[in-house]
Design a protein around this ligand. Structure first.
Ligand SMILES: Cc1cc2nc3c(=O)[nH]c(=O)nc-3n(C[C@H](O)[C@H](O)[C@H](O)COP(=O)(O)OP(=O)(O)OC[C@H]3O[C@@H](n4cnc5c(N)ncnc54)[C@H](O)[C@@H]3O)c2cc1C
Length: 437
């Protein structure tokens, strides 16, 4: 290149992404427009992760973000025969002991196994000519505390890149290396959740096949802990996930699994589960604590990014994880397009808006459990009471239910729950003689 301004692509030929699960693949899609070559490093190519055996819902903002990054994804999922569920009409959500009222809106999303969703994302991303997945395990970062130059693999091989994205999941090798190599020590915030999952893939009976809904989710009001979800899969079978918390003894045998389903305490759910025949072994998972690495409060090498669980790993009951991967990838795309030099300036602030909303909402729900009683501030208690009443109103008022969905699905900020019309509805509900407010 002679004189004049340089084509940014010439300077920024390669990018490196650590991990090829949802976050890593979407990050690669986000970078593919900007970089000549995107290398994705992964030690366990195409192997299912332990959480993939459990129900994985995708929030509508996550689905929209995935489509922006991968316009062919919808078509691919249609070919995979995933089930499309209209949240307003076909997703039955029994929340705090009440059924929610339906609403008219095209809020629709793919319901399928985590494996098939990830497989479809992977196939789309690998069809991009400049994305390459390399088999290997990153165990060091190259460069300095000011700027990274790439990564080193456990076999000693080096991959250079003008930027490095840590998408290695909750264990976050990027954060570990930053600390061990003396580049940065990022503050973390965490709190115990102690959630337990137990899932079975089943052949459904007539009740599920003839139900007015396509998916059923029963989530209790604290201090009750047991919840359950019935989720359609692409092959016509269903995945049923039961969850408990704290000292709940999770089922060890299929018989115990059926009786745990009764403890969810919903007659329709129990009756549906009772008719199902197991197709696979039971799978279990224990989620101990929520964790948020607060990069927006620290100083990292200027071309380092973290995304997905490597940034924030939340109580999975609220189904936000993959959505945060997708929203993070959009923020990554916007940041590299804006900065032009791979610098992550502004990225962590941008992404922490969505992460912060998801974190605060789930934490408020987790803090309804008695062990939090003393640590819950008066403001948090007020918010819990208000949102509990919004949930109650959402069982009667379609507009309220739709608004609640928009907030939970991270389409609108939490402040949308405090719109004057909604506050009025909550106050009216509180004045009803039968209200528990
Ligand atoms: C039981 C359970 C249920 C869940 N349900 C939902 C749900 O309903 N909806 C939802 O949206 N989310 C759900 N989640 C959360 C969701 O699974 C995660 O948020 C999501 O998998 C995060 O994706 P990720 O790519 O950031 O990390 P991961 O999926 O953990 O992937 C990290 C990848 O990095 C690779 N890697 C690790 N170390 C290295 C290294 N040193 N070098 C290179 N690569 C490395 C790993 O092999 C892996 O492929 C659930 C989670 C659990 C545990």
């Amino acid at each position: 290149m002679q004189g004049g301004s340089m084509d940014p692509l010439e300077e920024q030929a390669q990018a490196v992404v650590i991990g090829s699960s949802v976050a890593g693949l979407l990050a690669a899609a986000a970078l593919a427009d900007r970089y000549e070559q995107v290398f994705v490093v992964e030690p366990m190519i195409a192997q299912p992760l332990p959480q993939a055996h459990h129900v994985h819902g995708l929030l509508s903002s996550g689905w929209e973000a995935m489509q922006q990054l991968l316009p062919g994804l919808k078509h691919r999922l249609i070919n995979e025969r995933v089930c499309w569920v209209h949240y307003g009409k076909e997703f039955r959500w029994k929340h705090f002991g009440r059924d929610k009222v339906g609403f008219e809106d095209e809020m629709v999303g793919p319901f399928c196994s985590r494996q098939i969703l990830q497989h479809a994302i992977r196939t789309e991303v690998l069809s991009l000519p400049n994305v390459v997945v390399i088999s290997g395990r990153v165990d060091a970062l190259l460069g300095s505390s000011r700027k990274l130059t790439g990564v080193q693999l456990s076999d000693g091989a080096e991959i250079t890149g003008e930027l490095v994205v840590d998408a290695s999941g909750r264990q976050a090798i990027g954060a570990l290396c930053l600390k061990n190599q003396g580049f940065a020590d990022i503050p973390e915030t965490h709190y115990p959740v102690n959630l337990k999952y137990s899932s079975l893939r089943v052949q459904a009976g007539p009740q599920i096949h003839h139900a007015a809904w396509k998916s059923l989710f029963v989530i209790p009001e604290a201090p009750k802990t047991e919840s359950g979800a019935i989720f359609p899969l692409e092959d016509g079978s269903f995945l049923i996930t039961l969850s408990g918390r704290g000292d709940d003894r999770m089922p060890k045998t299929v018989e115990e699994w059926y009786s745990f389903a009764d403890r969810v305490g919903d007659a329709e759910f129990s009756a549906c589960v009772a008719e199902c025949q197991p197709l696979d072994e039971m799978n279990h998972y224990r989620f101990t604590e929520a964790l948020w690495r607060q990069y927006h409060k620290g100083k990292v090498p200027k071309n380092f990014y973290a995304i997905g669980d490597a940034l924030c790993s939340l109580n999975p009951l609220f189904g936000q994880g993959m959505t945060l991967c997708a929203l993070g990838a959009l923020a990554l795309r916007d940041t590299v397009q804006r900065s032009g030099d791979g610098a992550s300036r502004g990225y962590f602030e941008l992404v922490s808006r969505a992460v912060g909303q998801a974190w605060n909402m789930t934490k408020l729900e987790d803090m309804r459990y008695p062990q939090w009683e003393e640590q819950c501030s008066p403001l948090s208690k007020k918010l819990q009471n208000y949102t509990r009443d919004v949930y109650a109103v959402s069982s009667q008022c379609p507009r309220t239910n739709f608004r609640l969905y928009q907030v939970i699905h991270l389409q609108k900020s939490v402040s949308a729950l405090f719109a004057p019309w909604l506050i009025r509805k909550v106050l009216q509900y509180r004045n009803l003689p039968s209200s528990t407010a």
